[in-house]
Ligand binder design. Sequence first.
Ligand code: 9D3
Length: 254
Amino acid sequence: MQIDVFTLLPEVFLPYLETSILQRARQRGLIEVRLHNIRNWAQDKHRTTDDVPYGGGGGMVMKPEPIVLAVESVLGPARGQVPVILLSPQGRVFNQAMAGELAAYPRLALICGRYEGVDERVRLLVATDEISIGDYVLTGGELPALVIIDTVTRLLPGALGDPDAVEDDSHAAGLLEYPHYTRPPEFRGLRVPEVLLSGDHARIARWRREQALLRTLERRPDLLEKAPLNEQDRKFLERYQAQRPSAESDRPRL
Ligand code: 9D3
């Protein structure tokens, strides 16, 4: 997959793209990230990329010309086939299902805004999608672009060294993870659960599944409603909830 990123800060991407999984995915040719500095398409001698908002108000707005020219010249005639995603707080909130959809494309374009926003004509003229990564305020679209690159890359066949990891991810789909332990078997008086040392793989698998179900029930009941649960899962949760009619009473409160 080729990913064209349009940004005023191309340098912030490199350190992260050079870390473990992303670096390996690039070396294997699974992704090619091309960074484009929007400023290179600025039109005036000061290479201006922002301006004051029409109608007044605080902050600056990114000018449309540099972004639109950048996208047009880099994508060329391919543009009709390529999702052009504007990262913005007004976008659809990104989730794993959206990552899965994006992972099916051979090429993506990501536009990172800065300042208080991007001139509306960028949306109208070049963006095909608009994505937010959540309801909190960042200073620009660069971290969201990295989030999309990271999530999509992990979904490409061969990106994760261990194919078991992909298998585990899909098995745990829609649930929070079970608790993880490594050596030593006791640390500061806290012992690793006996079942994990037992070597009984069926018992371990059942324990992990139950822990994942309990954690999800306690912390993210919203996920449990959509998670693909089998008959055994439902029986387990039923029995657990029968024993504990209300988890409300001892849930940690902020
Ligand atoms: C008070 C108006 N602000 C909107 C919430 C203005 C504003 C703040 C920060 C406009 C843009 C930004 C920069 N943020 C992004 O470009 C951004 C973002 C985000 O802030 N949160 C979650 N996802 C994203 S995707 C792009």
